[in-house]
Design a protein around this ligand. Structure first.
Ligand code: NAD
Length: 376
């Protein structure tokens, strides 16, 4: 695979933002400057000045590691920097946190030309994006994803939102970021469990779109887990590319973008029932095993391919079965999922490794069978 630093995401054929892969925050200011296009020309020593306020939104964990560094990189170059930090975790991804952020933006007199920056994982990105989509009918935001999952998946494609009670991503909007700035070195401070959780979505990318990439992941798994930065960069670039290609073709999820939901229908139900004690990527893995099992039972993939998928997920220390849940509970929650179409579950199956399909014909018996396969 080739090594590049930048990918452009288009919307209706027009370039709308870049995904930039870096090894530190050094170029964050120039990216900011390029996309926000305002320059102060009166001094030579500080050529870049952006006449906008910036609110850096982060969580309690990520802010400890990176907030100061990001503030330093922008200080003196923007009109004003505000910060908003909330308690880390999915439990904060709700309207209460959004209200607190609105409050802060109003009190700080943020107007339409000002900017939000999401510094953190998928929770920070989704919540900041949703606030940016709705505050003053939409202001600009920039994604600075710091978790592996956010780098390869949630920061790209403009899906923003929050949970409502225990319903995942029930409130949301499509709102595209102005840029996605990935600092790969932030991966070093992730816990092993959080790092591994990103592989749910990464392996998914290979399974649904690119058999060669799936094979590459298998062949390079040791280097990946040892966090070899060049291998990680190659992997993240390819995953971003796959996600980019899917969302470009179907930005509002009226068709093929639903393929990205492979593993998510049952995964979301498990996530809810486990009261978010399992991570998003872990629940997606369980959902993928169940969907993989149905694909195998329909003879779309072989038993060997199902077993190999299981082994690869296990190599990345992801759960392939779960205890403490019942088939009925999962089915009950899944029936309320927004991936329903005219009363039928919109299910994503593999019709072969490297290619997924949307299927609305999955029966209750098939689901029960698949759930029994992943329940201990
Ligand atoms: N919008 C989309 O298209 C999309 C796609 C997939 C997932 N999601 C959403 O993304 C969320 C999951 O994302 P996530 O796994 O990043 O969760 P997260 O944002 O909760 O981050 C996971 C944990 O890692 C910590 N963390 C993040 N970066 C860190 C770093 N560099 N160093 C140390 N700690 C760090 C966070 O503080 C948090 O505790 C879910 O809410 C899911 O619904 C959205």
């Amino acid at each position: 695979m080739r090594m590049k630093n930048q990918l452009t995401v288009k919307y209706e054929e027009k370039p709308i933002y870049d995904i930039i892969l870096e090894k530190d925050f050094t170029n964050l200011l120039s990216v900011f400057h390029t996309i926000l296009k305002e320059e102060r020309t009166d001094t030579n020593d500080q050529p870049i000045f952006i006449n906008k306020k910036v609110c850096i939104v982060s969580d309690s964990q990520v802010s400890n590691h990176y907030l100061r560094e990001v503030i330093e990189s922008l200080k003196g170059h923007v009109k004003e920097i505000k910060t908003f930090t909330f308690t880390q975790g999915e439990e904060s991804k709700n309207l209460d946190t959004v209200y607190a952020l609105y409050d802060m933006l109003i009190t700080s007199k943020f107007d339409r030309k000002d900017v939000l920056m999401a510094l953190g994982g998928g929770v920070v990105g989704d919540l900041t994006g949703y606030t940016a989509a709705t505050y003053l009918r939409g202001i600009s935001f920039i994604q600075v994803p710091t978790s592996l999952l956010a780098m390869v998946d949630s920061s790209i494609g403009g899906k923003t939102g929050v949970d409502f009670h225990a319903y995942k991503n029930m409130i949301g909007a499509f709102h595209q970021p102005k840029a996605v700035y990935i600092n790969l070195s932030t991966l070093n401070s992730l816990t092993d469990r959080q790092f591994n959780s990103g592989f749910g979505e990464i392996i998914k990318h290979g399974l649904i779109k690119d058999a060669a990439y799936y094979q590459w992941l298998d062949e390079n798994k040791e280097a990946i887990l040892s966090k070899d930065l060049n291998v990680l960069k190659e992997m993240i670039f390819r995953s971003c590319e796959i996600k980019r290609d899917v969302v470009e073709k179907d930005p509002k999820e009226v068709g093929d973008r639903a393929l990205l939901n492979f593993g998510h229908t049952l995964g979301h139900s498990i996530e809810k029932l486990m009261d978010f004690k399992l991570l998003h990527g872990e629940c997606v893995t369980l959902g993928m095993m169940a969907a993989g099992y149905i694909s195998y039972k329909r003879n779309y993939i072989t038993k060997e391919q199902l077993d190999r998928m299981k082994e690869l997920l296990e190599y990345f220390k992801l759960p392939v079965c779960v205890s403490g849940l019942s088939v009925d509970d999962i089915l009950q929650v899944a029936s309320h999922d927004k991936k329903m179409e005219s009363g039928k579950l919109k299910f994503i199956l593999l019709n072969r490794v490297g290619n997924a399909i949307i299927d609305t014909s999955v029966t209750k018996d098939e689901l029960i069978d698949a759930l029994q396969y992943i329940l201990k």
